[in-house]
Design a protein around this ligand. Structure first.
Ligand code: PMP
Length: 445
């Protein structure tokens, strides 16, 4: 947080609520700033590649909404969302095996607002909630405003280590809820196995603990058979969150919740208190797009685009990462999660990487307890396959040099200051980028 001023001093005598002390300048904001620099290849922010959506298709639905539905589009809607969109969302969820009906759906301002609503409805200060470690940074920031105590359960290649959660429950842990991204997680890209899905649902059912299932990426599957959603396995125990950000456009800000009646009622009231309703214009556009002929082919094309980028990233990692580095191999979604050799610190290397023309997210933001300095999240969703190859090459060079230095094997390296060396020739990036990154890093958690 920037320091307070005379009129707005920090601390208990100032006007700020104590909860704002917990809000950090978001890593995400700094990442988007990085992504805008033309000389930096950003493997950082997980931006959908909206250019894949043909402009004509967007224009068609926008024109139809304006010419045929302008009065509705420009008016307030009900807090729960427009019925025609809710009906479309029921169909969308059914593609993934989630059974709902329009009366059980709440439209939200993106998946992010859904997370905030979950926090508001379930968390009192000091309550324990379970999250995966690593977990989606936006969920951690949405929940932390409500001052929970985070209980972390590790992830492996088969998703949340449910056995570890069982052990915690056996010790008496009873959290307010368990938050999970079971399919193609952000940041790790891994997917919870079928066996663990059944185990998690049974465990939480027996303990009377709700599950919050966040599923933004499920429809972006590159290969393999889909696994049942947790909601499908236990509709009465799971609050299910979805979004159109990854299958249509994040600029529309349309997310949704389906949940059992009791939490849903409270969520609807909460939503109304926070923004009255989601944009009617955006809702009508989304309903027209989902019900029109272009959604299906565009989604198939999008999956092809992301698969090709995932392949480019895995191939480049194989080629350029130094020995001792490992990474996940996602079957869908946007992200690869890289584990560095223990000598390297992802956060302190970030300014160097910026200087060499590549951005990534250091792992620390994805843990509520400051772990993750030896982890990196790479997003393959936005850059082209060529850019991904070049970005990973630059990253590999930064890591290899840092490793050489850290291991005291500088023999043969012409310059022991990697943050300055090569800033120009390697990436065509000046020192300005590194300085800017260093400034941005000071603002980060
Ligand atoms: N959950 C997860 C796991 C995400 O990765 C994201 C977007 N990065 C969201 C929720 C929120 O997305 P949106 O608000 O754009 O719907």
């Amino acid at each position: 947080m920037p320091p307070g001023s005379d009129r707005f001093p920090d601390g208990p005598s100032g006007p700020f609520a104590a909860r704002t002390e917990r809000m950090a300048v978001s890593d995400v904001r700094a990442l988007f700033a990085a992504a805008r620099r033309p000389d930096v290849i950003s493997l950082a922010g997980g931006m959908p590649f909206v250019q894949a959506l043909p402009e004509a298709d967007v224009l068609d639905v926008a024109r139809a909404v304006i010419t045929e539905r302008a009065h509705l589009a420009l008016q307030y809607g009900g807090g729960v969302g427009l019925e025609e969109l809710r009906e479309q969302l029921v169909g969308l969820m059914a593609r993934e095996g989630v059974q709902s009906d329009a009366d059980r759906v709440l439209v939200t301002g993106g998946g992010q607002q859904a997370l905030d609503i979950v926090g508001k409805v379930f968390i009192d200060p000091g309550d324990r909630i379970v999250v995966e470690a690593p977990s989606y940074v936006g969920a951690l920031s949405a929940f932390s405003v409500y001052e929970p105590r985070f209980e972390t359960i590790p992830l492996d290649d088969d998703g949340m280590v449910v056995e570890a959660l069982e052990a915690r429950f056996a010790e008496g842990l009873r959290p307010k809820f368990v938050y999970t991204v079971p399919t193609f997680t952000n940041p790790a890209g891994v997917t919870m196995s079928l066996e663990r899905r059944h185990r998690l649902v049974a465990l939480c059912r027996d303990a009377g603990v709700p599950i919050v299932e966040d599923n933004p990426y499920g429809m972006l599957r590159f290969e393999g058979d889909p696994l049942p959603c947790l909601h499908t396995l236990d509709p009465e125990g799971v609050v299910y969150l979805g979004t159109l950000s990854k299958v249509f456009a994040p600029g529309m800000r349309i997310g949704f919740i389906t949940a059992p009646a009791a939490p849903l009622e409270r969520m609807i009231s909460t939503k109304e208190g926070s923004d009255l309703c989601t944009s009617s214009f955006a809702q009508l556009m989304a309903a027209a797009y989902l019900s029109g002929p272009r959604f299906e082919p565009n989604l198939l094309a999008l999956v092809d685009v992301y698969r090709e980028r995932r392949d480019a990233m895995l191939a480049a990692l194989e080629r350029f990462m130094p020995k001792g580095t490992t990474w996940t191999r996602p079957n869908g979604g946007f992200y690869v999660w890289v584990s560095l050799p223990p000598e390297l610190d992802a956060r302190s290397l970030l300014p160097t990487a910026f200087g060499r023309g590549v951005a990534y997210v250091a792992g620390t933001g994805f843990y509520p307890d400051g772990r993750g300095s030896d982890r990196i999240r790479l997003a393959f969703s936005y850059p082209t396959p060529e850019e991904i190859g070049e970005g990973v090459r630059r990253l590999g060079a930064v890591l290899s040099e840092a490793l050489t230095l850290a291991r005291g094997e500088a023999a043969g390296a012409p310059d022991p200051a990697p943050s300055h060396r090569g800033a120009g020739h390697d990436a065509g990036v000046g020192h300005g980028a590194a300085a800017e990154a260093a400034a941005a890093m000071r603002l980060l958690r």
